[in-house]
Design a protein around this ligand. Structure first.
Ligand code: ZN
Length: 485
């Protein structure tokens, strides 16, 4: 899911070594951090090749077998110890290097979206019609995060920093929310801090929350009958579903503006001359905070009950899963911002700008090009809007630093062929490498400065208050589909 928006400029307070990297930034980059950038630049070809391979595979949630293996094998080859198939998910893995504290985590995703297959060209042109594509840029996300962890490993080998760096290969963000199962199993509990990034059309530290959500299925069961011959013998499950839908639509007028309710009629009989005895309704409730979402969720369940009474059918509600909103950590965000400012803007060639214009023309957007600038740190909004992410759950367990980096032109429709196109060429690759550098520099600061970790923890505890994390999950799972085994 797509990340949200922006930032204020904080000047870097790091002690500066004499080495200056030209072409990156007007500011001096300390020698220690320059070596992190060298580690990433030195692997550029390998990293781009891995990203392109995962892009071409375009494996969807819990079917990311080869994509996960590419990343896990690379981590192992770089000297990380790798645990595969963690938390009962065959495509989840954890790669670790170093020992002792602090323990800094970094998240990577690699699942694709169904139906958005696309070649790396600026007009709609599926690689394979109907197939999946990386419409959220997760091919870049996983590789970019892992590269940052590898750069940190090298700094540990040089003896510059000590502790443990841990990369989380987190599957199925787009559908089943793989991080929930890792969170349920305590895989994040010993971290001192965690980082993640997400492809975007802007480059900025992400200090906005996301929406909490809950997904559940309502099944209605009635009595089939001939729709004309003896309809009085029928009790329609489809009627119940329609009544529930009408109830939700009336209720929309009375919820807070931050609430979103989505429905999907999944099944309601199969022919017109039979009273449907079965209907299946997928409902998703969101709000900017979990505490606001829960009463709406309860009310919608009551609407299901009412609909079942009116249609004289039975009903059953099954929880799929739910996400927490992101618990923002501005202390960590400020550290990220200082490194983004050090790195400076992403620069683009004429060919890349022409490609961006092509994408914008093809998607009906103004020809505004690409925004590679570093946005200032913005104020955290109370109700940010936008989407949801399973990173939210991680952020309730450990202070989380978030980043968005430009991998697509301004205004690109997300989860679309256009994002796939950019993620398979140099605009996406540049963003991935930039993200990797900002993440590595920020992790370096955390390893080097225990006070920053303490300050992040203090803010985390203040924001969390008395709330204790509990994953919104059914008792069983993860729901690995047959083709995901
Ligand atoms: Zn995403």
């Amino acid at each position: 899911m797509r990340i949200s928006r922006l930032l204020t400029k904080i000047l870097c307070t790091c002690a500066l070594a004499p080495l200056v990297i030209t072409g990156l930034s007007a500011q001096s980059i300390p020698a220690t951090k320059a070596r992190l950038l060298d580690a990433i630049d030195g692997r550029e070809q390998q990293l781009v090749a891995m990203s392109d391979e995962i892009w071409a595979l375009a494996e969807v949630a819990f079917a990311e077998t080869r994509s996960s293996k590419i990343l896990a094998d690379y981590a192992e080859g770089q000297g990380f110890s790798v645990r595969r198939g963690v938390s009962e998910m065959p495509t989840a893995f954890i790669a670790e290097y170093g020992s002792g504290s602090p323990i800094i985590g970094i998240l990577g995703e690699f699942d694709a979206l169904p139906g958005v297959s696309q070649r790396a060209v600026p007009e709609k042109s599926p690689l394979k019609p109907g197939a999946a594509g990386h419409g959220c840029g997760h091919n870049l996300f996983g590789v970019g995060s892992l590269a940052a962890a590898v750069a940190i490993k090298e700094a540990m080998e040089r003896g510059e920093i000590t502790g443990t760096v841990r990369f989380y290969g987190t599957p199925a963000e787009e559908k089943y929310f793989g991080k929930l199962y890792l969170a349920r199993d305590g895989q994040f509990d010993d971290l001192d801090a965690c980082l993640d990034w997400h492809p975007s059309d802007q480059t900025k530290t992400d200090v906005q929350s996301s929406l909490a959500l809950v997904d559940f299925i309502v099944e209605f069961r009635g009595q089939a009958a001939h729709a004309a011959g003896d309809p009085w013998n029928g009790r329609s499950a489809a009627d119940a579903m329609e009544l529930m839908s009408a109830g939700i639509n009336a209720y929309r007028e009375h919820v807070r503006p931050s609430v979103r309710i989505h429905t999907h009629m999944q099944q309601a009989g199969s022919v017109v001359n039979v009273v449907p005895d079965y209907a299946k309704f997928w409902v998703r409730v969101r709000d900017s905070k979990r505490e606001g979402m829960v009463p709406v969720w309860d009310r919608v369940k009551e609407i299901a009950r009412g609909a079942a009474i009116m249609a004289d059918v039975d009903y059953e509600i099954t929880l799929v899963s739910g996400l927490h909103e992101v618990l923002v950590n501005r202390t960590g965000g400020t550290i990220m911002q200082s490194n983004l400012d050090l790195l400076g803007a992403i620069e683009y060639s004429e060919e890349e700008i022409a490609f961006a214009h092509g994408i914008q023309e093809a998607t009906g957007k103004p020809r505004l090009g690409i925004d590679g600038s570093i946005h200032p740190l913005e104020a955290t909004r109370e109700h940010p809007g936008g989407a949801s992410s399973d990173v939210g759950d991680v952020s309730w367990l450990v202070p989380e630093i978030r980043l968005g980096v430009t991998t697509a032109p301004i205004g690109t429709p997300w989860h679309s062929w256009a994002v796939v196109a950019c993620g398979g060429m140099s605009i996406g690759h540049k963003g991935m490498l930039h993200a990797s550098k900002a993440l590595a520099m920020t992790m370096y600061d955390l390893f080097q400065n225990p006070k920053s970790l303490k300050a992040m923890r203090t803010e985390f505890e203040e924001r969390r208050g008395d709330a204790r994390y509990e994953a919104i999950l059914p008792p069983t799972g993860p729901p690995i589909p047959e083709d995901g085994k």
